[in-house]
Structure formats: structure tokens, C-alpha cells
Design a protein around this ligand. Sequence first.
Ligand code: HH2
Length: 378
Amino acid sequence: MAPAAGTVVLRIEGLEAAAVRALAQAARAAGGEAVPAPPRRHDQFLRAAGAPDPGRALVIRLPSPGREAFLASLRRRAPQAAAEIDSAMTAVERPAALPFLPIGRRTFLMGVLNVTPDSFSDGGCFTDVKTAVRHALRMASDGADILDIGGESTRPGAQPVGLREELRRVVPVLEALQPALAHLPRGGPFVSIDTTKSEVARRAALLGATLVNDVSGMTRDPAMPAVVAEHGVLVVLQHTRGRPRTMQRGVRYRAVVPEVAAHLRATMAAARRAGVPPEHVLIDPGFGFGKRRPHNLALLRHLRALRSLGRPILVGASRKSFLRSDRDESPEARREAGLAAQALAVAGGADIIRVHDVREALRVARLCDAVLRGPSNR
Ligand code: HH2
């Protein structure tokens, strides 16, 4: 049944028995109720993927005016939990601020430019500098807000690339892009570097990159946070497990959505400790990174839960294999399903979508924004 207007509904998972009692008492004190969370449809996917019981979960329903009384009562019993729930509830409601992009006003597009021989969908297409720049300018005129330049494939099974080779691939493209983009209105799209190597990030920042897209969430190169902090660039912290070569082996989650959220929370805290300003951070659940199809579907279905982390959400689902149903394996099917996934992601709270097909994604984003974000987008 849909919640009554003016009702706040919270689902909280992975609780200890004492926390269940404290939350239930606080909910009752505020005129609401707390009941054990009913099983969800996607739980069957999680079980099929080998996930054990996700632990105690509660659904709390509060009358809107009871929110403050709930938090005040919880503060007395469990102050830390009260602070976390308060900031999560606030974060879900408000778009997180990000320098340079007015997050929340519309959906932003990140166009993919892989200068690699082996990327899963466009490997070898843009390895020559001229072709790469031409494609970048095409994506800019198609409506990309950000161009994401990558010199190492992260597809499952990809072989790692050494520093020297990655620099050889991306530096000439970054050098050529600077003057090419300068001619565009307002300097054209921002440039992002898709790398896990701090030296590549440093060189890219010196060549005008505004954003470092680190699929390891800055866990692979210990020098990465310092480079990001020193150059004042934005950083995408993506969830992954293991390295591309092995990340799809033996994948298991207890409950993928809370585990990904907890991991992102920990990488955000590590970034903050290393001196990266929290307002420079974006988060990404990492579709296809150490996840099977059911995990990707569960993350897409529950993307909104990640809004409680309070940072803009980037989603990269474009052309990925989890989009494929068993019945249709054609590349067109993946593209079409990818557009649907983008619409679902925007509806689930994504702020930026990472795409190969910018023109098509712009149409999807415009329609979603017109429906979801109100009159200024119509
Ligand atoms: N996916 C890929 C690469 N980088 N970065 C973020 N933040 N999110 C993603 O989902 C993501 C990413 C993989 O896609 P692609 O770049 O097309 O392939 P490859 O890694 O084979 O170059």
C-alpha cells in the first residue's frame, strides 16, 4: 500500500537487536510504528546469487510532523544512530552541491572516450589522436557535459596496462583536446580522466582535467588522494571488488545494496581523511564491477538508497552485459536496454549518467527531467 501523504517511510537494514528496540521505541514515541521489514521481490535474486540472510531490517513509518520527535527520542537512546539517520534523511531530500555543475537542476551527461585497443564496446575505435578528438567534439556537440578519457580498459578479464603505456595513450589526446575545446561556447565540456593511477591523474590535471574518475574508489594507488586534494579536482569514487582480471570470479554479497553503500561510505571517509574536500566527491555503485546480473538489477532498483550518502550519483550502465536478457544478445538490444537503464537510473536519483551514445542519452535525460524535475525542464 502506498504511504499516506505526510508519512515518512524508512527502511533500515543490518540491525543489532538493541538497535531494533531503540528504533521501535523512538518510532512509537513519535506517533509512528516500526515493523519487521517484509521480504522484497529482489531478495530472491540475492538468494539466487548465493546471498545469505541480510540480517534484521525494520520499516519505520512516521507522521511527517513526528520526524523531530523521533530523532529527539532516538538521540537519547542511540545518539550516533540518530545523527546518521538525520543526515541520511536530509541528504535524500536535497541535491548535493558540486562545484561547476548545478546538480539537481537537470541530468548531466558524461560521454565515454576510450583510447584503448581493448575496451569492451569501443576498443580500437579511437586510438588515433585525430579520431579521438573528432569523437570528443562530436560528443560535445551532441550534448556531453563531461568527456571521460580512459587509457586502460576495466572490462571483466582486461589485462592491466603499465603507467608508461597509459600515459602514451591519454596524454596526446588530453594535449590535443585543450585547444580544441577552448573554441567551444563556455569552454565546452569538462574533461575527466578515467584512471586508477595517481601519475596519470596528475598529468591529466595539469592538462586541464576537472575530474578524476577512479573505478577503484582511490583504493588502488595510495598516492591518488593526495593528487586529487592537491589539484583541487573532483573525484568519482566507484564501488568495485578486486581487479578487472578477476572481479567476476566467485562474486558474493550478503545484501548488495547495503554493502555497496557501506563501502562507498568508507571510501568517502578515507578520502576526507586524506584531505579531499567532501564537496568534491561523487559516488558510483559501479555497475558490472564485481557484480552479477542480479546484483546490478538490485542496485538499479534501489539506487535511491545511495542518495542517503549525500553526494551526487554517477551511473555507468551504457552497453554493459547485465543489460542483456537471455533472449536477445544483439548490440542493438544492449543499446536499447541501456537507454531504459538510464531512464531508470535518473528516476532512481542519478545526477550524471556515463554513456557511449550521447545523442540518444540526451533525449532520454530530457524526457526524464521534464517528467521528474518540473517546469524549468519542459
Ligand atoms: N564503467 C567503465 C569504465 N569506467 N567509470 C565509472 N565511474 N562508472 C562506470 O560504470 C564505468 C567507469 C567500463 O566501461 P567502458 O569504459 O566503456 O569500458 P572499458 O573499461 O572496457 O574501457
